[in-house]
Design a protein around this ligand. Structure first.
Ligand code: PRT
Ligand code: MG
Length: 214
């Protein structure tokens, strides 16, 4: 293909990327929420979109199956970023990576006692780094979704998860006890593609950069 392929996940990243695409003169031909197509054409013959799982976006770009992608910092930290050029923080899909516990669980006290905490999370690397730096001993339990359930059924003492409104924590009688980091989504670029297809890629990257909201 002489054009470029952009990997996106549907949902919040796709929605918040639309204005950036528009700034680059790119308008998707279908809505991934209603269409079952995994490859979506655009108004431009030389640009197509592939719709993949959020956590798969870095993999597609790393191997050059997509030239560009947009992925959360949470996802990039777990992936490791190998082979990826990350020129821009797009400041979209913002949230915070937090440690949360059930209401009534004394986290400070447990940490002070040097208790071994059981922590359920999808973000094993980030959690390991966070608790390691604090000197807190943890057993990490890998989950792929609905971390909020784990402490409610005795699977874990605490979770590491993303929080935006805080409504999910509240609805499950959990509360945040620590912020690990602020999260937003980044533009990622395949390093080889940047050299081979710079004529098409660079103007898109520049248009995104100019359209980023503070
Ligand atoms: O859904 P799927 O399992 O396919 O993948 P995903 O959950 O990784 O994808 P998606 O599309 O839900 O999220 C894509 C990216 O959006 C993430 O990688 C984050 O960088 C970013 N983002 C921003 C969020 C949130 N905000 C967010 N609130 N991702 C997930 N959440 C979840 C959170 O895990 C928790 O379950 O929303 C729930 C909390 O929301 P509040 O508003 O109740 O606090
Ligand atoms: Mg999700």
């Amino acid at each position: 293909m002489t054009g470029i392929t952009i990997a996106l996940s549907k949902g919040r990243i796709f929605d918040e990327t639309l204005p950036l695409l528009a700034a680059a003169g790119i308008v998707p031909g279908d809505d991934p929420e209603s269409s079952r197509k995994l490859i979506i054409g655009t108004n431009r013959d030389d640009v197509r979109l592939v719709i993949v799982r959020a956590s798969d976006v870095p993999t597609y770009v790393q191997y050059g199956a997509a030239d560009l992608g947009i992925a959360g910092k949470d996802v990039l930290l777990e992936h490791g970023g190998n082979g990826l050029y990350q020129p821009l923080d797009l400041n979209i899909a913002r949230c915070r990576m937090m440690v949360a516990v059930p209401d009534g669980f004394d986290y400070e006290q447990a940490v002070k006692r040097g208790a071994r905490l059981r922590v359920a999370t999808k973000y094993i690397q980030t959690a390991r780094e966070h608790f390691g730096a604090k000197g807190v001993h943890v057993d990490l339990i890998k989950l792929y979704g609905s971390m909020e359930l784990a402490p409610l059924v005795g699977l874990a003492d605490a979770i590491v998860d993303l929080v935006s409104s805080g409504n999910t924590l509240k609805a499950n009688n959990l509360h945040a006890v620590e912020e690990i980091m602020a999260i937003s989504s980044r533009l990622i670029v395949n390093q080889a593609a940047l050299k081979m297809k710079r004529e098409i890629l660079q103007p898109v990257i520049d248009a995104f950069a100019a359209a980023v909201q503070p």
